[in-house]
Design a protein around this ligand. Structure first.
Ligand SMILES: Nc1ncnc2c1ncn2[C@@H]1O[C@H](COP(=O)(O)OP(=O)(O)OP(=O)(O)O)[C@@H](O)[C@H]1O
Length: 252
């Protein structure tokens, strides 16, 4: 599907685990240049959807195109064009941050001089330069998130697919990541990220999809999805949150 208007197109993506539906047929059009938030409660299917979209998990049904390339039919071309921060950040963690970035860059066939230059800049901007020779395995959860993001950015991709980029990072790091991503989108890049933090999505996103039970329940621009209400109100209504009556946990 070659359509320059969209950085990512998903059609009918579906996945079950042991007969239980995790994602039940997701269609999504991510406009080029958008800042796209994929919202959903725990277990909604966000990670499963993004993993199928970037070629990390084979769908039972459906197709995904990234920047015009079918991710499963043409994975090498597609994977050159985007950066991904996967769930749980499975990294080669017996390396220092600088070594990990060098390794990523070389795997991508980048010029070693460019890799060194960009790696130094990324470590500096993400406040990881001080970690020096510390191995990534010994990084804190927030530092791992940041080095994972640095790996995703290193080859200057046109699309970033980020699974929970703000999870486990402190407010200073979160603000930094927000700034970097906002500048990236202002420069013509596209970001799609998953989150359950309404405030971040409301502040950053041009477009939002709310996923619950493996199905997209609301989708559109932030203004369309939110209407006159807060995103949190819409989210709770869509997801069907329960409220405590005050009688539960009386023993506590
Ligand atoms: N490898 C797996 N094996 C079995 N079940 C899985 C597997 N991966 C995901 N699931 C199930 O699929 C459903 C969707 O999970 P997924 O991780 O995609 O949700 P999520 O929206 O990313 O959740 P969270 O916000 O908690 O990270 C859940 O019920 C989960 O238990």
């Amino acid at each position: 599907m070659k359509d320059d208007r969209f950085a990512m197109v998903l059609r009918g993506l579906a996945k079950s685990f042991d007969g239980k539906v995790a994602v039940g047929g997701v269609d999504l059009d991510v406009p080029a240049g958008s800042f796209y938030g994929l919202l959903g409660p725990n277990g909604a299917g966000k990670t499963t959807t993004l993993s199928m979209a970037v070629g990390l998990l084979r769908p039972d049904h459906g197709q995904a195109w990234v920047l015009g390339h079918d991710i499963w039919a043409d994975p090498i071309q597609a994977k050159r064009l985007f950066g991904v921060l996967p769930d749980g950040v499975r990294l080669f963690d017996r390396l220092s941050g600088a070594e990990l970035l060098a390794y990523h860059g070389l795997l991508r066939g980048m010029d070693p001089t460019v890799v060194d230059q960009r790696a130094a800049e990324l470590l500096d901007v993400l406040a990881l330069a001080d970690a020096g020779q510390t191995l990534v395995v010994d990084y804190s959860a927030g530092m791992k998130k940041k080095i994972g993001l640095a790996c995703a950015l290193l080859h200057a991709p046109r699309l970033l697919v980020l699974d929970e980029p703000f999870e486990a990072v402190d407010p200073v790091a979160a603000a930094l990541i927000r700034d970097i991503l906002q500048r990236y989108v202002a420069g013509g890049g596209t970001v799609i990220f998953s989150s359950h933090v309404m405030e971040v999505v409301e502040r950053l996103c041009s477009h939002v999809a709310i996923l619950a039970g493996g199905v997209i329940r609301r989708v559109g621009t932030l203004a369309e999805v939110r209407g006159e209400r807060s995103l949190e109100d819409v989210f709770v209504e869509v997801v069907g949150g329960r409220t405590a009556t005050g009688e539960e946990l009386a023993w506590l």
